[in-house]
Structures are given as C-alpha cells and as structure tokens.
Design a protein. Structure first.
Length: 366
C-alpha cells in the first residue's frame, strides 16, 4: 500500500490539519491526524472537538489504506525533507508508515484509525459566498469579541438574512457589524438562519480556507460547516443569546457631526499620540476643517497632530480610546475613514467612506 505525493502539497495539508490538533490532548489519539488514501484520493483529518478539519491532498498516486499519524512528528519530518516528491508506504501488519525519498527512509509508528471520528460532509449548503470577501469580513469583525472565552460574547454572530451574510461582534466597549451580498438562499431554507462561533475559531477558519472561488456554508443545530476547494472545516456553535445588533446600532443613526479624513493620516496620529498617553486616551477635537488629536503624559510630556479633514455639523471635543480607534483604522481598507458623533457622551460611529455595509462603534471615555 503505497502513495506518492508532492512534498509541498503534503506539507501544506499537514500544517492545515494540524490547526485542529490540541497540543496536549486528554486522549492521546487526538494528537494524531487521520490519513485516508484511496487510489488518486488522499485526505487528512483532525479534530479537537471545537474545530474539525479535513484537507484533500491533490495530485496523489496510491493504493488504499487508512491510519492515524502523529501530527507534530509527521509535520516536522516532511518539512526537513528536500526532495520534491515523497513516497509513503503503509505496513498494515506493524501499523507503520514508511516515509522516504531517494536519499532517506524513515519509519513512523502509527495508531489504528478505528476510533477516530469522521469529519462531516456538507450535504445542503445554505449559501455560497466569495471566499476573499468572507475572509475579509471576518477580519473586520472578530477582533471586537470578548477575550474571556467564557461567555457568548467571546463569539461572532453569523446570520443569513435575505441575500446578506451578516457578521457581528460586541464586547460592551466596541462593536463591529459587516454584511456581504450572497445572492439567493437555497430554496429549502425558510426564514433567517443564525449561529454564534467563537471568534478565535472563526479566525482559524479564515486563515485556512482557500482564497480561490467560493465558500459553501451549512448551519446545523450543533455546528457550522465551511467548504472551500480542498478543505472542509466544522466548528461547534456557542450556546447563549446574542444581543440584537439592530437595537445596538439604532442609537447612532442621528449623528450631529461628521468627519471624513485620510485613513493613513488618522492612523499616524494615533501612533504618535499613543506614545504620550498614560491611560490610552486621546482627545479628538474639530477646529474648522481640521481635526486635532492630542494626549498628555505626566512622565513623557504631550503629543499633538492636526489633520486636514472634511468636517460638517457642530464642533465637538471628545475623549476616545486610542487603542480602539487604531484597531478600526488598521482594518479600514478605504483611503478615507468616516467618524460620526452625536455628542461627547454618546457612542461614536466609524465607517469606511466607500463601504456602506460596515459599521464600527466605540464608546467615549471620561
């Protein structure tokens, strides 16, 4: 039972599947990756019960066998090999995998795959969406989730509403909302569908999904399944009630002051004034068609930067978190950022000038 494959493809598949391997699993079996070979089809599967990953290895030539290989050892071994092609030979009697090239031969002890859980397959995808847009939407939202990993707010809400895929996260001090057009839902779906996924798990999904083509998404009672070209990812849903985004977004509809400014100028100003802030606070003041950002430190002195902007409405002076403002600017992929205010005590709305589907809110600070 032999298999030949490209080193690059095998290593990529091992590194991807390993993201679902717990470094110190309670059950030793789950420090392994399931390798299944059937002719010209080969796939690797791994799970830590929060996330399961199955990766197809393209361009293989082999027989038929399955076994569990040690994830860390196998990944490190393949990464050290210089040959472009690697041969794998499975010895069923001893449950060993021979890993070889023209210049070296290695024998890896394996584990029987009988008790290894199978990764589910998508049967009825609710939607298909552009992979790049989906990954970008995740990056705009997931950083707003609570970092305690204990509550539902450590997750991101995913909702299929009409022809929109909505991602939403909030931690009480800032929130992000982003929507992506997805076309028509499948006919068998009735009403809206929603689920909550741990933010760090969703970040992992974004890192490993192929960027080419579309991502198929299926939401079941217990899990959410993602499928791109050669990868299937299954993540567990978080239990709990997520706060309704429409009620949280409603208070910032009627703003009194609007500032449109170059994103890079605002980001530079944040980096400057942050150096002089003892409490991560920046003073944001409009002066005619200028914006002044400043901070003061008892030990280091004070910093100030003025930015030419488009300012409309009433003048305002407000204290903001320089960390939260900078986080928004770092994910803003538009040349201009829009900042809208109600008054110095109310939430602040941040947007990208060329994107009507994204909203970010931060709270002022005393």
């Amino acid at each position: 039972m032999k298999l030949k494959t490209s080193k690059a493809e095998l290593l990529k598949a091992l590194q991807t599947a390993s993201k679902a391997v717990h470094p110190k699993p309670i059950i030793p079996l789950f420090s392994n990756i399931l390798l299944e070979v059937d002719g010209d089809s080969a796939k690797l599967s791994a799970t830590n019960f929060e996330i399961s990953i199955r990766v197809n290895i393209p361009g293989v030539k082999g027989g038929k066998f399955s076994t569990c290989i040690p994830a860390k050892l196998m990944t490190e071994l393949v990464s050290t090999m210089r040959a472009e092609e690697i041969g794998l030979e499975f010895k069923s009697q001893t449950n060993e995998l021979v890993v070889k090239t023209k210049s070296n031969t290695n024998v890896v002890k394996c584990i029987a795959p009988d008790d290894f859980p199978q990764t589910p397959t998508i049967n009825k995808p609710a939607i298909k969406t552009d992979a790049i847009k989906f990954k970008k939407s995740i990056s705009r939202v997931s950083f707003c989730a609570k970092s305690d990993n204990q509550s539902v707010l450590s997750g991101v809400q995913m909702k299929i509403e009409g022809n929109k895929l909505i991602l939403f996260a909030v931690d009480g001090l800032h929130l992000s909302y982003d929507e992506t057009e997805i076309g028509k839902k499948q006919k068998f779906i009735k009403g809206d569908i929603e689920a909550v996924i741990k933010a760090d798990t969703l970040d992992t999904v974004a890192k490993i999904l192929d960027e080419n083509g579309e991502v198929a998404i299926e939401i079941t009672d217990k899990a959410i399944l993602f499928n791109s070209e050669n990868i299937v990812v299954v993540v567990q849903r978080l239990d709990g009630n997520f706060p309704p985004y429409d009620k949280l977004l409603a208070p910032i509809k009627n703003t009194e002051t609007s500032v449109i400014a170059p994103t890079l100028d605002l980001l530079q100003a944040c980096k400057v004034v942050e150096l002089f802030s003892d409490d991560n606070k920046v003073s944001f003041t409009t002066k005619g068609m200028m914006v002044e950002m400043s901070s003061t430190s008892a030990q280091r002195g004070n910093g100030k930067m003025e930015i030419v902007s488009q300012v409309s409405g009433a003048a305002i002076s407000i204290n903001l978190s320089v960390i939260y403002l900078k986080q928004f600017l770092e994910i803003c992929d538009d040349e201009e950022a829009v900042i809208e205010f109600i008054n110095p005590l109310k939430p602040v709305l941040l947007k990208m000038n060329g994107n009507k589907n994204f909203k970010h809110i931060i709270m002022p600070i005393a």
